[in-house]
Ligand binder design. Structure first.
Ligand code: GLN
Length: 311
């Protein structure tokens, strides 16, 4: 294997002529304003060595990547009873789909589709006002990334609150089944703010490092979760992290990962490294188009697929 920084540089160079491919999310007005030609990549190995290229230090809207952090928080607070509220099966449907919810009596398929993440936000809120819950999420992400500068972009949160009709529908539907403890607008307030966290690829890769290292952040020495829990979160990212593109992502990349409509993807090579990529143009199912290509190239060149080694 070539040196990792060389591989990262090659991926960046190879994708430069393609920047702008895909479609930037425009259903959240503030996201539609992002330059579609941005591209960043950051890889951090479990010894803390950083390899990066492009716009890797520019914060962007992490959107659904935040669902990994809130799931980790909810599991910390509620343990296995978290699974009374959300399932662990891939949905095979779009991230904002409502169809399965009726059949399954308001219990979302998994914590990474919107309905599931809204249920998780409701769990994170227990015992808190919405403002406190948002503060707890931000502090948790700062702790994971060991970076107190990480913050929410209030314009993105406001923009999504003003136009999040689909998410209001999902939350109201779940509430009608008695599946949310808190008021719908409070739960969505928390959900929209967690999605509006702004982070760079470098910060995201740092925040994911505990998942690559059996639950322990090798940079800070903090044990965030048990090794069993880290494996389980990785399993969920592999099976559900890219919505109805999860099978395709496993096929092409072979790493647990979580995407967001801001164009970010956070991925984990267990025992080796964490990775974050950012390219705002999305594919048909709402995952970063060039971000997926970059991760496919990285996995091919490093042999990091969890499904087997290559010669
Ligand atoms: N896939 C995503 O990143 C979706 C998150 C976005 N905040 C939404 O609820 O629509």
């Amino acid at each position: 294997m070539a040196e990792l920084q060389t591989i990262v540089n090659e991926i960046h160079q190879a994708l430069l002529p393609r920047l702008g491919e895909g479609k930037v999310a425009d259903y959240i007005p503030q996201l539609a304003r992002v330059d579609p030609k941005k591209f960043g990549i950051a890889v951090i190995d479990i010894h803390g060595r950083v390899y990066k290229a492009g716009d890797c230090d520019e914060p962007f809207s992490i959107q659904s990547v935040s669902k990994v952090f809130t799931l980790t928080l909810a599991l910390g607070k509620h343990g296995e009873t978290t699974w009374n509220r959300v399932g662990r099966e891939p949905s095979g449907s779009a991230f904002n789909s409502i169809v399965q919810l009726e059949h399954e009596n308001g219990k979302p398929r998994n914590p990474f589709i919107n309905a599931g993440a809204i249920a998780i936000s409701d769990l994170v809120m227990s015992g808190h006002t919405p403002r406190e819950a948002i503060g707890e999420i931000v502090r948790f992400v700062q702790y994971l990334a060991d970076d107190e500068t990480i913050a929410i972009d209030p314009d993105v949160a406001r923009s999504e609150t003003a136009t999040g009709y689909r998410n209001f529908a999902l939350a109201n539907f779940m509430k009608s089944f008695g599946k949310l403890d808190h008021a719908v607008d409070h739960v969505l307030g928390v959900y929209f703010h967690q999605c509006a966290l702004a982070m760079s690829c470098t910060q995201l890769a740092r925040a994911a490092l505990f998942l690559a290292n059996n639950g322990k952040n090798p940079l800070t020495g903090h044990t965030v979760v048990s090794s069993q829990r880290a494996r389980r979160i990785n399993a969920l990212m592999l099976t559900c992290g890219h919505y109805d593109g999860s099978g395709d992502f496993a096929y092409h990349v072979g790493l647990p990962g979580k995407s967001g409509v801001g164009g970010g993807i956070m991925a984990v090579a267990p025992g080796r490294a964490s990775v974050a990529v950012w390219s705002p143009g999305l594919n048909q199912v709402g995952n970063s188009l060039l971000g997926s290509v970059a991760l496919e190239m990285l996995a091919a060149r490093t042999g990091w697929s969890i499904f087997g080694t290559q010669h």
